[in-house]
Design a protein around this ligand. Structure first.
Ligand code: ZN
Length: 320
């Protein structure tokens, strides 16, 4: 067997996004340089044209993730596809986000210029006591849904669920959802930026309401909604020094690792995305700390984390 040189981990420069509902915790909690006190999103691992991360280190330094995906598919275990499949971002909601829903691949292909649909999941990094997310709705038929939307019976239509730090929530396409003021999450999602805004609390942004997408929302909202209890997992106290699988969806697998001493993984996936959400330590010989985001390319024989830190690992799923 030819002994191939092991590639370095690929560290990424996050892309910051200002949002009407954003805050400053991406600086206060994660230490990033932010463009303003209304910074809502940190696109930490992204090859999307609306925020394509630049590589910070090694031979690919200065290149965009989309270019590396295009030109060096061997790093990603030869995974097929014209676009990098995933996007990891941190979201800081200083204010409530609009109530929204995402299409699936089939709908987005036709109605959004060939974009991917959007399946996403959230790991709650912080939440005020008693915080609630909007998730699901009470309508039992399309007519009921449409009537309640047209009559603006939002209190009756929208359902919510309490969340706390360490909760994990899966959001399938067609699920009505929104995070609310004070919540800080890490989101792992399909590489897509397609969002249909259903309701925006009648807020004004620069003197005008932001556009809604009622027709498309009605097309894609799942009826009836899934039982919200099926969508949440409480994972604040997972077993330390092991790889805890949070979800295996058709698009991604996500794990939480609470490293107390050390964790060794025999790689079984084409590549791993690593988000360091707490603490610091070592990845093999490399120093890593809270706020670092990197990709472990293919052809690692062992992955070893040493230190005291919390990590979210993810990879593309082949379970379609
Ligand atoms: Zn969403």
């Amino acid at each position: 067997m030819i002994n191939q040189k092991q590639e370095s981990p690929i560290f990424l420069e996050p892309v910051m996004k200002q949002m009407v509902w954003g805050g400053n915790r991406l600086r206060e909690v994660f230490g990033y340089t932010i463009p303003g006190e209304d910074t809502g999103e940190c696109w930490a691992v992204s090859a999307h044209p609306n925020g394509d991360c630049v590589i910070k280190n090694g031979v690919y330094k200065g290149k965009k993730l989309s270019e590396v995906w295009e030109q060096n598919r061997n790093l990603f275990g030869g995974v097929q596809g014209d676009r990098f499949p995933l996007l990891a971002k941190i979201i800081d909601a200083k204010d409530d986000l609009s109530i929204q829903v995402h299409p699936d691949d089939a709908y987005a292909l036709v109605h959004e210029n060939g974009s991917f649909g959007k399946t996403e999941c959230w790991y709650v990094l912080d939440a005020p006591v008693g915080a609630k997310i909007v998730i699901g709705h009470s309508a039992q038929s399309k007519k009921e849904l449409s009537d309640m939307i047209m009559e603006e019976k939002w209190d009756q239509l929208l359902t919510s669920m309490e969340v706390k730090k360490g909760d994990f929530i899966q959001i399938d396409p067609g699920t009505v959802h929104a995070i609310t003021a004070g919540i800080l999450i890490l989101e792992i999602q399909q590489n897509s930026d397609v969002t249909y805004r259903l309701y925006d609390y009648d807020r004004l942004s620069d003197g005008a309401k932001r556009p809604l997408h009622i027709e498309k929302s009605l097309d894609v909202i799942q009826i009836p909604a899934k039982d919200t209890k099926e969508l949440i997992r409480h994972c604040a106290d997972l077993e330390a020094d092991r790889q805890n699988l949070l979800v295996e969806s058709p698009y991604y697998k996500v794990w939480k690792c609470n490293v107390e001493n050390s964790l060794e993984i025999k790689p079984e996936e084409p590549f791993y995305i690593v988000n360091v959400v707490e603490g610091d330590g070592l990845f093999n010989q490399e120093i890593i700390k809270k706020g670092d985001h990197f990709i472990i390319p293919a052809n690692y024989e062992t992955i070893k984390f040493v230190g005291k830190m919390e990590l979210i690992l993810s990879t593309v799923s082949e379970k379609k």
